[in-house]
Design a protein around this ligand. Structure first.
Ligand SMILES: NC(=O)c1ccc[n+]([C@@H]2O[C@H](COP(=O)([O-])OP(=O)(O)OC[C@H]3O[C@@H](n4cnc5c(N)ncnc54)[C@H](OP(=O)(O)O)[C@@H]3O)[C@@H](O)[C@H]2O)c1
Length: 250
């Protein structure tokens, strides 16, 4: 697989990646660092994984800041952006996300609220403050990590699918509000990507899902990160309000 730093140059750019210390986000942060960016990777509470990520990076870690910020908390996001008010922000990747699956009739209010608050309200919170910062420079790239669940809908995921479809609709509206100001906002809708998020799927379900994927395999975080870097680059200047599916043809 080709390394992103061969294709893109993000030196002098500051990229915020939420959920940027584990799974897909970890790979996105690493790709940005390899391409010369300064990265601020946010996470919720897994300090061990976040510190291990930073420690494993060697020299690249000089350009990485890790911060524990709960994206579902409006005031925590506001405080985070206040702290960086003197920093030009070029890229925001709204990647943090959770699943709390269950059939609708069994779904508890908490399952609905926690998923909507993290995935959709978190996107609103971070994007609102990032957009304000980006408007100052009339430049910005915002990428939401949606999901194929938000496009197709998956059983047992009314909450998750609604939150992911919400991100897509959110960005279609916002793209029209900020199009003239040099800010683009797009979505990525991955299918099944091998991370801890889907570790809990039973073996039988995994092999059933793999049969349904035309490429007969799950995707990797690197394959998602490559597309994030393209959408975050200056080269993607005429793409906004769009959703790119990374699903192996699902
Ligand atoms: N894996 C897939 O198959 C797949 C498919 C489609 C879409 N996606 C989407 O891709 C994104 C990344 O998924 P992943 O598989 O990499 O997940 P993951 O391995 O479970 O990692 C999730 C990351 O999000 C962070 N996070 C969760 N809640 C947060 C909050 N309230 N505030 C700040 N950070 C929070 C976590 O922080 P901690 O480390 O502190 O817990 C962690 O860093 C998600 O939005 C997911 O919905 C994944």
């Amino acid at each position: 697989m080709q390394d992103s730093n061969i294709k893109y140059d993000f030196s002098d750019q500051v990229c915020i990646v939420t959920g940027g210390t584990r799974g897909i986000g970890r790979e996105i942060s690493k790709h940005f660092l390899n391409a010369g960016a300064k990265v601020i990777a946010l996470y919720k509470s897994n300090h061990e994984k976040a510190n291990a990520f930073k420690n494993d990076l060697g020299e690249l870690s000089d350009r990485l800041t890790i911060e524990s910020v709960d994206v579902s908390d409006y005031h925590a996001c506001e405080e985070f952006f206040k702290k960086y008010s003197d920093t030009s922000i070029h890229v925001l990747v709204n990647n943090s996300g959770i699943r709390r699956d269950g059939l609708l009739l069994m779904m508890k209010e908490e399952q609905w609220d926690s998923v909507l608050h993290t995935n959709l309200k978190g996107t609103f919170n971070m994007t609102k403050f990032a957009t304000a910062a980006m408007l100052k420079n009339r430049y910005g790239r915002i990428i939401n990590m949606s999901s194929v669940a938000g496009v197709l809908g998956l059983p047992g995921q009314c909450n998750y699918s609604a939150s992911k479809a919400g991100q897509i609709a959110f960005s279609k509206s916002l793209s029209k509000e900020v199009a003239k100001r040099g800010i683009t906002i797009n979505n990525i809708a991955p299918g099944f990507i091998e991370t801890e998020l889907i570790d809990d799927l039973p073996e039988a379900q995994v092999s059933e899902y793999k049969k349904q994927v035309p490429m007969k395999r799950f995707g990797s975080s690197q394959e998602v990160a490559n597309t994030v870097l393209f959408l975050a680059s200056k080269e993607s200047s005429y793409i906004t309000g769009a959703t790119i599916e990374i699903t192996g043809g699902l």
